[in-house]
Design a protein around this ligand. Structure first.
Ligand code: SF4
Length: 186
């Protein structure tokens, strides 16, 4: 549900009044609301994907849907605290504007179109093979055996963790790639 700044002030004011009526402070009312939201939820510990601080988080989920994300009080880095960016991570998991399917723009076209995952995977595999076959270098100018793929580069995401980077390196090096970059953060 979208909420404007005016709505936010109206509802938060209403909550404060309601809290006073039932004898709860705003903090207590918020804690109770959170307790109700997370009751019976599956609990998973995770790490904030945003920056190198690497704050620990707890994600609560029900029926496969994230219902709450908060700082992990047992994590030695942040002891339960989160900055405003990390505290808003819930909105990344639950956001109607989140892109959940691959999009493709044909050469010369101006618009992107949504495509199926299977189609995208097949296309990527086909194009990697074609480019690798066409640009693979077995020997350098000194006739030394190098077995490298000069035609493909890889740029990794800032949100990749150690394990994902390890698997990516294995795969990219096995293809013979040498141009590999990554904005390491976590
Ligand atoms: S919560 Fe904030 S400080 Fe902590 S890792 Fe995320 S972005 Fe960095």
């Amino acid at each position: 549900m979208g909420i404007s700044r005016r709505d936010f002030l109206k509802y938060s004011g209403g909550t404060a009044i309601a809290s006073t009526v039932v004898g709860l402070s705003p903090e207590e009312a918020e804690a109770r609301e959170r307790e109700n939201r997370t009751k019976g939820a599956q609990v998973t510990t995770t790490i904030c994907p945003y920056c190198a601080v690497g704050c620990g988080m707890i994600a609560h989920s029900k029926d496969g849907k994230v219902v709450n994300i908060e700082g992990d009080p047992d994590h030695p880095v942040n002891r339960g605290t989160l900055c405003s960016k990390g505290a808003a991570l819930f909105q990344v998991a639950n956001n109607p504007t989140r892109v959940t399917k691959p999009r493709y723009r044909e050469a010369g076209a101006s618009d992107w179109k949504e495509v199926e995952w299977d189609w995208a995977f097949d296309e990527i595999a086909k194009r990697i093979k074609k480019t690798r076959d066409e640009t693979f270098v077995r020997h350098n100018v000194k006739n030394q055996e190098v077995n490298r793929c000069d035609g493909i580069a890889h740029v990794g995401s800032a949100a990749l963790d150690n394990e994902e980077c390890y698997v990516l390196q294995k795969w990219l090096r096995s293809l013979g790639l040498v141009y590999i970059e990554h904005q390491a953060r976590i």
